[in-house]
Structure formats: structure tokens, C-alpha cells
Ligand binder design. Sequence first.
Ligand code: AMP
Length: 182
Amino acid sequence: MTDLQFEHDLKAAIRTIPNYPKPGIMFRDITTLLGNARAFRRTVDELVQPWAGGKIDKVAGIEARGFILGGAVAHQVSAGFVPIRKKGKLPHQTVRMAYALEYGTDEMEIHADAIGKGERVVLVDDLIATGGTAEGAVKLLRQIGAEVLAACFIIDLPELGGADALRKLGVPVRTLVSFEGH
Ligand code: AMP
């Protein structure tokens, strides 16, 4: 875990929008954090801190907020960046994976040649809730041969159990702040 002052500052930099996009959801808006130079920089440093001393070949980011964070993290640790996108967006040959949403399923894709066999990959997104999105991404990465070193998120919603579900898949999980509820 990170120190209390940092966790406090980070929480203060994240804006909460009640009942967005629908009633009952507390939307954790990281655009305020991204716009705060100090908070953004510290977040990028902290996200992969436990793995930063080792070799990271690629950082994979989940569309769309995972692109902003993942790109910055990749630069910071001198790794390549790989996008995981909603289906139909990537131009070359892809591998596709269904993943669970609150209601129903959707599909995400990665370029089939984005990662070489055995490459060491860290997955990055802004928030983990039920873990459905991140689980799909881990399965996709493993399917194309990645060694998934860790999954890193700014925000955990622990009541929804996503971080635990990922750990059960054998993926170390790092989160920087937790919020109660959905
Ligand atoms: P899940 O698959 O349930 O873990 O949901 C994670 C994805 O949904 C992430 O890409 C988040 O950006 C988004 N998400 C889920 N819940 C929230 C929330 N309360 N506030 C902001 N984003 C959320």
C-alpha cells in the first residue's frame, strides 16, 4: 500500500459524480486527477512502483482511460504500449474475448501480434469494480502468449470483488485508493 498522505491527496483529486451514468452509481471521475500535474505524475510513478525495478516489456491499457494512464506508465518504465480496444476498432488481425458487463456481455480485442511469446506485461486501467473487464483483458493477454506480471488500477471498489477475482487468476493486483460502494 501507499502512504496515507498520498492516498488522501489522491482521493481529493478524484471527483465523484453521483447517479452517473445511471441512478445508484457513484462515478469516480479521474479527469480532475489527470488535470492536476502533481497528482498525475505521482499516480503514474506509484502505479507500477513494485515492478519498476524489473524488466517490463509492454504495458497494456484498456480503452479508453487505460490508454492515458498506460501510455504515461509505458514511457516512465521504458516499455512499449499495447491497446486493448472495444471490438471492431483495431485495423490488423485481432484476437477477441467476451467479457462480463453488469447486464450482458461485450467483446474486446488486441492485435494478435502485439506481444511476443513470454513477454512481461503489466495491465493498466483506471478502476476495478466487478473485475469483468480486467479478467477479459488478462485472458486475452495470456492467449497471445504474455506473461502478465501485474494489473494496476488507481481505484478499487472492494465491495464488488474484482481485485480478489483477479488474484484468483494468479495476477498480482495493485490499487492506490479504495472507495466504498459501487
Ligand atoms: P468492471 O469490469 O466491473 O471491473 O468495471 C471496470 C470498468 O468500468 C473500468 O474500465 C472503469 O473505468 C469502469 N467503471 C466501473 N464502475 C465505475 C465507477 N463507479 N466510476 C467510474 N468508472 C467505472
